[in-house]
Design a protein around this ligand. Sequence first.
Ligand code: PA5
Length: 443
Amino acid sequence: MAITLNTKYLRKFVSDSEFSAMQPFVETAHRLVTERTGLGNDFLGWLTLPNDYDKEEFARIKKAAETIIQTSQVLLVIGIGGSYLGSRAVIEALKSPFYDSLTKNTPEIYFLGNNISSNYFNNIISLCEGKDVCVNVISKSGTTTEPAIAFRLVKKYMESRYGKEANKRIYATTDKAKGTLKTMADLEGYETFVIPDNIGGRYSVLTAVGLLPIACAGIDIDKLMKGAADAVEKYFDPNLQKNDCYKYAAIRNILLRKNYTTEITVAYEPSMQCFQEWIKQLFGESEGKNNKGLFPSSMIFSTDLHSLGQYVQQGMRNLCETVLWIKDVQYNTTIGEDSRNLDELNFLAGRTLQEVNEKAFLGTTLAHTAGGVPNTVIEIDEMNAYTMGQLIYFYEKACAISAYLLGVNPFDQPGVQLYKSNMFALLGKPGYEDKKEELGKML
Ligand code: PA5
């Protein structure tokens, strides 16, 4: 079971010599990552994590998941950005976008604290009615406003329902020693899981951040880690011709320099939508700095071909596409014969939906390529926990290499602070008085 990069639709956009010319740059980026000498090298824990993760904690995650599955019909996962996107992505991709509504012996999983909408919050709380609930609050810093507010509200809700027993239903995933959430967890006696110091939020899906909610959905986290561990080896070779992960990073870099400034990650499975969001965060926060970086966007085809397809085909020519093509699907419905054939679809009788989806993929790729949109295809044999582990690691490493090729630090996000301090000032947080005055003049 594998993931393969198919570059055949790129021929008219990237020449062999342009590609080969990337070899020395990729080698430098490879050394910055593997020798841990690049910018942000304090945050390279994800690099070897699939092999050297904390086995004792891993066993505790599985045990906690079992307890949650046995005692609850709902798990509330509180977190934002890297503290929720990965687990949500894996659950939707491996189970279903309709996971919560399906008949199953694992809890419904609702994600909150990833926005400040009062309606969203109240809708989720009302979904908990009559069901037993557990909570996994996740924040590396322990101080992020959105999840902190959600947790304050959820804590009260849990206490009103379970009294002192609420503490046994709350699991905190946070820094091993510091931060408000850690202090609170110690005081209240919540079971805690650790986000290692050397792994940033958007690289944390294979830590307890992602693993606990994923395990609660009944997904085999051993297979997930095995897929990632095999990817560590698979994507280690500095030779560009032999390493699909580095190939992908090099292609992105070449295309950006040719003014393809927006990368659309395309999937033909709606279940990949949240995974696309995870990719957008990964690349957006890692590359988008110093006025550099491809703008990461995403589309689901064929759905979006009926809304954005016109733009992709004939709009501004700064788009490139990376297609996630899943070859084998779990359910494959066959289209039947209809005696009256009023819809004129009898030519499809006996063929499967996946076959039609594949022809849509091929037809679209050829059309967009002809329209001047370079297409790179990531072919995934089958979507399962193992291939998902590989895919996660493929993207994590490709992102680090891509950012080093651009000359930026992949692991910081200085640009996300400004909205926060403006919001605090406008809310009257102590210490922000001057800022409040300054902003007041602009509003
Ligand atoms: O990738 C990142 O570092 C961010 O997106 C964080 O994950 C996000 O801001 C949440 O931070 P925290 O886990 O500290 O609450």
